[in-house]
Design a binder for this molecule. Structure first.
Ligand code: NIG
Ligand code: FE
Length: 411
């Protein structure tokens, strides 16, 4: 099965040799080909180049992309898409003056979602989550990481992870699973953090590893949640099972979570709304990708991750949605890319790099996703007719997507 896309106004993020990620000054470079073609064979990119070099080629399907731009699908490296019910009442409470922290202290927040999730069946949880997966695929996302962390009991955490696995089996989008048992303290353990961590480490983690339910380990390293000491204890235990850290740090307070991540060779450290100079320093020369979640800053009215400081220090940066019922009820990567440009002063080139190749790296998918490269997955966005690629972030709130292809098939 072959699909040939011709007369592409501009083909973005092309590469001949797959790179791991881009950082610093390199993020300003977005390699493109103007007036291009692209050939898909089955699930993969077979060939691409300038129209003038188009080989005499027949294909099962031919798409004329005159005045349209083609780019790789978004790689969303941080989400909590599997959840039960919603929390729009907390949203209204915040409008009326309560803070996110006050809501959480009153039993709302993550604990509210956990109660809902513990009480629904695996089938119902799958159904609710599948709707969100279909929604983000239509918005141009071709790979996504999903965390547990709204279970907070052995059964409910495993239920979440099984749903993630089933979604991965049933949809063409690539899904990576993360075990986030240490997301919040269940009420019964309110004064016994060690007791809850014992359960996460000794009872849940071994099953997660044995049943291959997650590749990554996460923890909410934050004042009032889990300390740096707790984080290191968990990461050390997870390391023995081969789980790679991708952790929540520096969302509300900077307490040394970045350093803990770096120490345990985290693939990514995520949120980073509060960054001290020493946190930026700690990331230099490491394999750890900083990940910003601008939709979360937007929704909670908290500071944006200092993208300029991070990139200008020579570091890479990835962008993700954080799609979850409390702090970011949106999985729209187009909005993330726009918001990164508008509020974080990233250039369109930087934002597109951050949402494609760097997002792929932050999920360990850079060999197969995140760019237009022969042999990589045929995961593509074909835009509507637009004047230039800057129009992608410019048209905020109004995604200019005409078609999405995942593994060579139109969504
Ligand atoms: O990434 N920060 C921790 N966890 C989620 C939100 C949790 C919630 O409010 O449900 C986040 O923002
Ligand atoms: Fe999150």
């Amino acid at each position: 099965m072959t699909t040939l896309i011709t007369n592409i106004k501009e083909l973005l993020q092309v590469e001949n040799m797959p790179k791991k990620m881009v950082c610093g000054e390199g993020m300003k470079i977005l390699p493109t080909i103007k007036n291009a073609y692209l050939l898909i064979e089955d699930a993969f990119i077979k060939d691409f180049g300038e129209m003038k070099n188009l080989p005499n080629q027949t294909a099962n399907i031919v798409i004329d992309a005159t005045n349209k731009i083609v780019l790789p699908t978004w790689c969303d490296s941080h989400t909590h898409i599997v959840y039960a019910g919603d929390r729009e009442q907390e949203f209204v409470d915040r409008i009326n003056g309560l803070s996110y922290e006050e809501i959480a202290t009153n039993g709302g927040g993550i604990l509210n979602s956990a109660k809902k999730l513990q009480n629904i069946s695996e089938e119902e949880l799958y159904k609710q989550s599948a709707i969100r997966i279909e929604e983000v695929m239509k918005l141009g996302t071709g790979a996504v990481e999903i965390k547990s962390g709204y279970g907070l009991t052995k059964d409910a955490e495993l239920k979440m992870l099984r749903v993630i696995k089933k979604l991965n089996n049933n949809y063409p989008i690539t899904i990576k699973a993360t075990f986030l048992g240490a997301h919040a303290l269940p009420t019964e353990f309110k004064n016994n953090r060690k007791g809850y961590l014992d359960i996460v480490i000794n009872e849940i983690l071994p099953i997660v590893a044995k049943e291959n339910l997650a590749e990554f380990i996460d923890v909410f390293c934050e004042t009032g949640y889990f300390s740096v000491e707790d984080t290191e204890r968990l990461l050390e235990a997870a390391q023995k099972f081969g789980l790679i850290p991708k952790i929540h740090v520096n969302q509300f307070t900077a307490i040394g979570g970045v350093q803990a991540g770096v120490k345990f060779k985290a693939l990514s450290v995520d949120h980073l709304e509060e960054m001290r100079d020493e946190d930026i320093e700690a990331l230099k020369g490491t394999i750890t990708m900083p990940v910003a979640l601008p939709s979360c800053s937007y929704f909670l009215s908290i500071p944006y991750t200092p993208a300029r400081k991070i990139i200008d220090a020579g570091l890479p940066l990835a962008l993700a949605t954080d799609y979850n019922p409390g702090s970011t009820p949106s999985g729209n990567m187009n909005f993330v890319v726009s918001t990164a440009c508008i509020k974080m002063k990233m250039t369109p080139e930087e934002a597109i790099n951050a949402a494609t190749i760097n997002g792929a790296y932050a999920m360990g998918l850079e060999k197969t996703h995140g760019s237009i490269c022969k042999g990589k997955k045929a995961n593509l966005i074909i835009t509507k007719k637009i004047p230039s690629y800057a129009f992608i972030p410019y048209s905020f709130g109004n995604p200019k997507i005409a078609q999405v292809f995942i593994e060579g098939k139109e969504v």
